[in-house]
Design a protein around this ligand. Structure first.
Ligand code: ARG
Length: 457
């Protein structure tokens, strides 16, 4: 097929160059946004009298028909037409004749592709935002269900202090809250219209960019045409936000994998979300969580890809920019898939709260409470820490639990111990008394759940 830019060429493009430079194999995903942008552009051209009203209407009708063809699988994407923009424009000309040749007035593929990408990322970001909210709700429901279950809280992957399971789950909601913040912030930078920047310099024709922006729901128009066709900051920001988001999902995945081991035995994955081994009949593997952790690598890679693509590009548009799409598309797919599968799987995970509770109070995890007890009796914290450390060592040497100590034994470490110290040894007590704001006491956690319920919609 004749290329739309063939005028100044004497030779045909070589086949290898055609397939080397094509992007239709992947940017056909932008068809809806490309058509949406073209319809708005045609409307603006008609309104400004740059093309005749009736031509504008014919173009719009033609584009709508092409959308229908694509939607119903009747459209043939051609590699020799390079990309989605050329494929649709050529199809339009074929459909409505010469009038179709007027669509590309006061426009270049450089501002067109920037527009398509912004429309695409705007839509996908909104979808991702709603998937994140759903995940937050899922966490909130599980937390509410297990509001008072106690688990060992960890630092250095060593049991540290008892905490509420609900409190632990709420930590993920906080991470996701920040992820939403980052995506919403990115949306502000996405939501700027680049169209009308044309190749790089703007146009001599009397276009109305504000009108196009209004039609497409953009909050503003770009202020510098050179920047607008070469800027991919919004995509890098999107990938950054996605990288941080999936880093959170990966940490969750890692934790679920650990918790599901025989060694921890804190949770059981539902059968429907695990897979077996081809050789070991007894196995039930946490593949979903492992793949979330694995896909995280790809998303990080995409961020680095785009940063690296961008770093050597002189102003303004260069064809390197075509390479932005694959990492973006791959990331969008991964993020949506990971969020969706988590949303499906999490409600079916069984929490072994009995085992969690039993292990929560073990290995001297309430020692800090003992030290704080001494603080309330006037002992400086450093001293209290030391005294408690000695008690723990004494217990380790005698294979005793803290609660197995007698008051007499305790008094050899400090005269200030009295009967009420025995409450401090218990995990439940330890948790209930962590009343500081943001702490793990049930009252605090309930307060947080209420706050989050109002925030998450
Ligand atoms: N397929 C191209 C891309 O994705 C569209 C813009 C091409 N512009 C050009 N001047 N060759 O970036």
């Amino acid at each position: 097929m004749k290329k739309l830019w063939a005028g100044r060429f004497r030779e045909k493009t070589s086949k290898i160059v055609e397939s080397f430079t094509e992007s239709i194999s992947f940017d056909k995903r932008l068809w809806k946004h490309d058509i949406e942008g073209s319809i708005a552009h045609a409307k603006m051209l008609g309104k400004k009298g740059i093309i005749k009203k009736e031509d504008s209407e014919k173009i719009i009708k033609g584009l709508e028909d092409i959308a229908k063809d694509i939607r119903t699988g009747r459209f043939r994407f051609r590699e020799d037409l390079e990309d989605i923009h050329m494929n649709i424009e050529a199809a339009l000309i074929k459909k409505i004749g010469d009038v179709g040749e007027k669509l590309h007035t006061a426009r270049s593929r450089n501002d067109q592709v920037a527009l398509d990408l912004r429309l695409y990322l705007r839509e996908e970001s909104k979808e991702i935002l709603s998937l994140i909210s759903r995940l937050q709700k899922t966490f909130l429901d599980i937390a509410t269900k297990h509001i008072k279950s106690i688990i060992p809280g960890y630092t250095h992957l060593q049991r540290a202090q008892p905490v509420l399971l609900s409190h632990h789950l709420l930590a993920y909601i906080e991470m996701l809250m920040r992820d939403r913040g980052r995506l919403n912030d990115t949306l502000k930078r996405i939501n700027v219209l680049p169209l009308g920047s044309c190749a790089l310099a703007g146009t001599t024709l009397p276009i109305d960019r504000a009108y196009t922006a209004k039609l497409l729901g953009f909050a503003s128009i770009s202020s510098n045409s050179i920047d607008a066709v070469s800027d991919r900051d919004f995509a890098i920001e999107f990938l950054s936000a996605a990288a941080i988001l999936i880093m959170h999902l990966s940490r969750l995945a890692e934790e679920l994998i650990l918790w599901s081991t025989e060694e921890f035995d804190f949770i059981e994955f539902p059968d429907a979300f695990t897979t077996g081994s081809s050789i070991m009949p007894q196995k039930k593997n946490p593949d979903v969580a492992e793949l979330i952790r694995g896909k995280t690598g790809r998303v990080f890679g995409s961020l680095i890809s785009l940063l690296t693509i961008m770093k050597g590009i002189p102003l303004s548009y260069n064809r390197d920019l075509q390479e932005d799409k694959l990492p973006i598309f791959d990331t969008v797919d991964i993020i949506k898939n990971c969020l969706s599968v988590l949303n499906e799987m999490l409600p079916h995970i069984k929490f072994n709260t009995k085992r969690m509770q039993e292990t929560a109070g073990e290995v001297y995890s309430t020692s800090t409470d003992v030290a704080e007890y001494l603080v309330t009796k006037g002992v400086p914290f450093r001293k209290a820490h030391e005294i408690t450390g000695k008690i723990v060592l004494y217990c380790i040497n005698r294979k005793k639990k803290l609660e197995e100590l007698t008051l007499k034994e305790l008094k050899t470490f400090s005269k200030l111990f009295s009967k009420d110290i025995f409450y401090c040894f218990k995990a439940e007590e330890s948790v209930t008394r962590k009343k500081s704001a943001g702490g793990t006491s049930p009252n605090e956690v309930i307060k947080q759940i209420r706050r989050l319920r109002n925030l998450i919609r």
